[in-house]
Design a protein around this ligand. Structure first.
Ligand code: KPL
Length: 297
């Protein structure tokens, strides 16, 4: 297939290399002005990718957006004029709500939502480390997206395990819950994910998860406090050595994804008239820091 990866950060670069190695024509679209970008995975020989090539973009059968949630709107709308309506658009990022915002612009295309537990790290622009094996789930955002189940084979062949989830919203909400529990706390405290296993975080984590359970149940998602708490605990253990994406963004004083993580939870809670004071407080604390950096610029 002809595939373009938009936003080759750690996860995007990992997919780019794996898809190229699986025999696909893969190109990149990024903020860098270089026409070629060399990427090397886990110390292997570098592979050259063309970057920001309009002909390759226009010939894409599949465009995978691995930009941050807050970049989805700008990144996708600017590229749509170059794409055929049968080009499949796939979105893979933390948080929820970003794709809903652009639904009317993209609905002519088959659209796929994805979530992954693959872990990758990019120490610099050219090197990628695959730091944890995980699973990727795909699901349809719209009706034509439902005809794209064949993508499971394409992607699984390149970077297993990939599966189709007819209830992708449930998987996205579960990942959102994990991010609501881990990201703001690790960002504000500047600690690794594993530090949240300390007893001193038990109370706050339990309150975050209680609020999440209420909102998810109001949305019709089948889940219980115990199940969510077990998932959060499992991810804290499995990613104990990780610096969460929000910890890194806050360390480098970059814009975070909090609007699409805790912010999305708060918006949904409001619609269902559910109080989420603990998540609200964490949201306000992260936003306060973001606003402070903006004022410094
Ligand atoms: O998705 C993550 C993130 O850092 O954004 C988790 C699952 C918390 C792993 O670090």
């Amino acid at each position: 297939m002809n595939i373009t990866i938009v936003g080759p950060g750690a996860i995007g670069s990992l997919w780019a290399i794996k898809l190229l190695q699986a025999g696909h024509n893969v190109s990149l679209w990024s903020r860098a002005t270089d026409t070629t970008i060399d990427l090397s995975l886990d110390g292997q020989a570098s592979l050259p990718f063309s970057n920001n090539n309009i002909e390759k973009l226009a010939a894409s059968d599949l465009v995978i957006f691995t930009v941050k949630a807050w970049q989805v709107e700008e990144a996708s709308i600017s590229l749509l004029p170059y794409l055929d309506s049968d080009t499949i658009l796939m979105f893979l990022h933390n948080g929820m709500g970003a794709v809903d915002k652009i639904a009317t612009h993209i609905n002519a295309h088959p659209v796929i939502l994805a979530t992954t537990t693959q872990a990758a790290f990019k120490p610099d622009r050219y090197r990628v480390s695959h730091t944890g094996l995980g699973q990727t789930q795909l699901g349809a955002f719209n009706q034509t997206g439902q005809q794209c189940t064949f993508l499971v084979d394409v992607l699984d062949n390149a970077l297993p395990a990939v599966s189709w989830n007819p209830e992708i919203k449930t998987a996205l909400w579960t990942k959102l819950a994990i991010n609501c529990a881990i990201n703001p706390l690790t960002g504000l405290e500047q600690i690794k994910n594993g530090a949240l296993a300390d007893q001193k975080f038990e109370g706050v984590l339990s309150s975050i998860i209680k609020e999440l359970t209420q909102v998810m149940q109001a949305k019709g998602i089948t889940c219980s406090f115990d199940e969510l708490a077990a998932s959060v605990k499992q991810v804290i253990q499995a990613t104990a050595q990780n610096n969460s994406s929000m910890k890194q963004d806050m360390f480098y004083q970059r814009k975070t994804e909090v609007d699409f993580i805790t912010g999305y939870l708060i918006k949904t809670a409001l619609k269902h008239q559910i109080d989420v004071p603990v998540n609200q407080k964490l949201f306000a604390q992260v936003k306060e820091q973001e606003n402070r950096w903006n004022q410094q610029d």
